[in-house]
Design a protein. Structure first.
Length: 511
């Protein structure tokens, strides 16, 4: 029983995964769709969609009026208009797609919402309200006009999973190419209205600036126009709020700005037609104050040995706030596709209530963020190189002075040389003296003097022919000494690199 449950669970998981990755095509089969089924328009559009959408993933087919029904194919007996009194609930069809876990959905309809208990047919605004919910990430519309006598059709492309945006855009493009030839329609992007919809166009020499020097005040100014990336939507009476800016002084940068102030003038977008540029020029200024080199020897070192400066990007973001109702289709689009009433839609073959779609999909205020990057060059100061050279010179002088001092110290240090002393009589006979722990020079138990460091000081009863001591010792030094009973020579020899305590010959204590 456990194995069967496991198999069932895995099967359900696999089925749900395939189902979640599929696309749903919803076809309106209410009574008002009768002429389109009879002419084969619905069947032809469905085949076009199936040919394009089945190239990746799974596509499910459903029909709707008052209720939504999944069907296997267009050969199903339910794939036809519904006879008798029926309602058209486009919002219920949308809910069906959302609750089914689909990544995207497409809908073919005459755009007329007919609800039970409604005093009149055509409450399409209710459907538009459902399109505003966050679960619907993107909305694309294909308007399909008809011959006079019947309202036009609308094809809605709906994306529910933002991670599938690339696939959704690709499929929309493929459908556009096919539908433009067959039906003369094109896709209209209506949601989101704030993503990738405006861009800046630099005027004149733009934001190219001459290099700045460290310590200099950096003020960058340039002029741009705004360009619309919409195909059919126009913007009126929008406002540009105080822009944001983010200079690229990263953790590896050796420079730091004093401040950051950004401004733009003017701050109004009076009118921007689809695909066009604003007539107004917008002056953007960025003030970074003085640019300083970071304090610290490591920063000075890098500034001296790195390239002579940095290229600093400044990312500026303008926020264009469009109030509700200030998006609208351009006049030529309304004239080609729009009909305000069902009667006008039937008489002209145009689409009912499509002109109100942008306003109803829009939030209270739509903030469109427009990015622009400025690249500036800031040169490092000259003095870190001089400082490093000066420090090198100081170091070299220090090394030389240290070596000289060490040499002098070695000459004066008692622990560097081991001294041996020999007494040489006038007859030429010689004998070695003993060196005591405190540097005493002893000849046959008689103290001749004391060695302290590199100095020799005579003891009691001993005189030097050269004069009074102390005498600075050198290797091979020969001193003529005088004492009662005659004279003799003291010959000093030195052995380098030995410790004084190890080299001295200790005196034995007399018993």
């Amino acid at each position: 029983m456990g194995l069967i449950s496991l198999i069932i669970s895995i099967s359900c998981l696999l089925v749900s995964e395939v189902y979640a990755q599929s696309t749903l095509l919803l076809v309106d089969r209410s009574g008002s769709m009768k002429p389109y089924f009879e002419k084969g328009v619905v069947q032809d559009l469905t085949r076009e969609f199936q040919n394009v959408l089945q190239d990746k993933g799974k596509i499910d087919l459903a029909v709707f009026s008052s209720e939504v029904y999944r069907i296997q194919s267009i050969t199903s007996h339910e794939f036809t208009f519904e006879t008798g009194r029926s309602f058209t609930l486009m919002d219920r069809a949308l809910d069906y797609a959302l609750k089914g876990g689909y990544k995207s959905g497409w809908m073919i309809t005459d755009n007329i919402q007919d609800e039970p208990g409604s005093p009149s047919v055509g409450n399409t605004e209710r459907f538009y309200q459902t399109l505003k919910q966050e679960k619907v990430h993107s909305v694309v519309v294909f308007p399909v006009t008809q011959s006079t006598g019947h309202p036009g059709l609308v094809i809605y492309g709906l994306l529910f999973d933002p991670q599938q945006i690339d696939q959704f855009v690709s499929r929309t493009k493929q459908l556009s190419e096919k539908l433009k030839v067959s039906y003369g329609t094109e896709p209209l992007r209506l949601k989101p209205l704030d993503e990738n919809t405006l861009e800046t166009v630099v005027e004149g020499s733009g934001s190219q600036t001459k290099p700045y020097q460290e310590g200099q005040e950096v003020r960058v100014s340039f002029t741009v126009r705004l360009r619309s990336k919409f195909d059919h939507l126009r913007i009126v009476d929008a406002k540009i709020v105080v822009p944001e800016a983010q200079p690229g002084f990263g953790k590896d940068s050796l420079l730091v700005p004093e401040k950051l102030a950004v401004d733009v003038t003017p701050t109004a977008v009076k009118s921007l037609e689809p695909g066009a540029e604003t007539q107004s020029l917008y002056s953007i200024s960025v003030d970074l104050g003085k640019i300083s080199l970071k304090k610290g020897l490591s920063y000075y070192w890098q500034a001296a040995w790195k390239s002579r400066g940095e290229h600093i990007p400044i990312d500026i973001v303008l926020s264009v706030d469009v109030p509700k109702g200030n998006f609208g289709f351009k006049k030529s689009f309304i004239e080609k596709y729009g009909a305000k009433t069902i009667e006008l839609a039937k008489a002209s073959g145009k689409i009912y209530a499509i002109e109100s779609l942008p306003q109803l999909l829009q939030d209270r205020v739509t903030s469109i963020r427009v990015g622009h990057r400025v690249l500036i060059r800031i040169n490092y100061p000259w003095w870190p190189s001089v400082l490093i050279i000066f420090l090198f010179l100081l170091l070299a002088i220090g090394v030389i002075a240290g070596a000289w001092a060490m040499r002098r110290f070695n000459k004066a240090s008692p622990g560097v040389y081991r001294w041996t002393v020999v007494v040489q009589a006038n007859s030429g006979a010689s004998r070695s003296c003993k060196i005591g722990n405190k540097g005493e020079v002893i000849d046959q138990d008689q103290l001749l003097g004391t060695i302290s460091g590199h100095q020799f000081q005579t003891g009691p009863g001993l005189q030097l022919e050269a004069g009074k001591g102390p005498i600075t010792l050198e290797h091979g030094l020969r001193l003529r000494c005088l004492r009662r009973g005659g004279s003799f020579l003291l010959v000093f020899s030195a052995q380098a690199g030995a410790d004084a305590q190890q080299m001295r010959t200790p005196t034995r204590r007399r018993k």
